[in-house]
Design a protein around this ligand. Sequence first.
Ligand code: PEP
Length: 251
Amino acid sequence: VIAGNWKMNHGPRAAGAYVGSFLPLLGGVRSQVLLFPPALSLPAARAALGEDRGSLALGIQQIHDHPSGAFTGELSAEMAVEAGATYALVGHSERRALFRESDAEVALRFRAALRAGLQPVLCVGETLEERQGGGVEEVLGRQLDAVLGPRSSPSAEFLPPFLVAYEPVWAIGTGVHAEPEDAEAAHAFLRARIALRLGDTRSAEVPILYGGSVTPENAQALLAREGVDGLLVGGASLNPVSFAEIVRIAG
Ligand code: PEP
């Protein structure tokens, strides 16, 4: 799975043009490719995709946990489905840091996505301070448990399909990516923690993506690591040519 998070870039016109030039670059690609445009650009991206969507799907970057109501400025998972989304980012570090989203709110949004039939991509990751203090596993465990719960009693609402993205905060938009061996260690920890909650078989169905300053230059080394099932790409997904290059590296 190779996902592109455009953040607050590419309005409707640019999104349509992007998809129009990106699609022809995907010939022969077997990976599932996800684009997360700004919500306002979803209909334009969907229109540019047409009926022949192949391996390309759309997602929304942020949802509220209620289906509708008096929440000025917010968007629901149900609306996202109507606008063409099949995936939703949940708990991106920019949401957690800049908009003070708590673990509890992230958990509500994760459930809201599943309720509406969207596949949530749960983003987790430690800050530099937390890494330097040896707290990586504590942070990842806390962020995951807040959503999946700490006990091994899977209830239907938490079963896959969903995805997890390991995104160290210090690697996002900084040009400094995680060392592939550190990404591998974090992914192994997450896989084991998901298995604690869902069991080995279900856990194996959850793709774990790496995100943080992925480029065409480092994608291969990251994807080569055990347990790295895909990539979540920010900056390098803004240009259809460089994003297609990453997709082609994934195969
Ligand atoms: C992201 O926004 O999820 C991200 C990983 O950004 P970048 O690739 O720019 O670090």
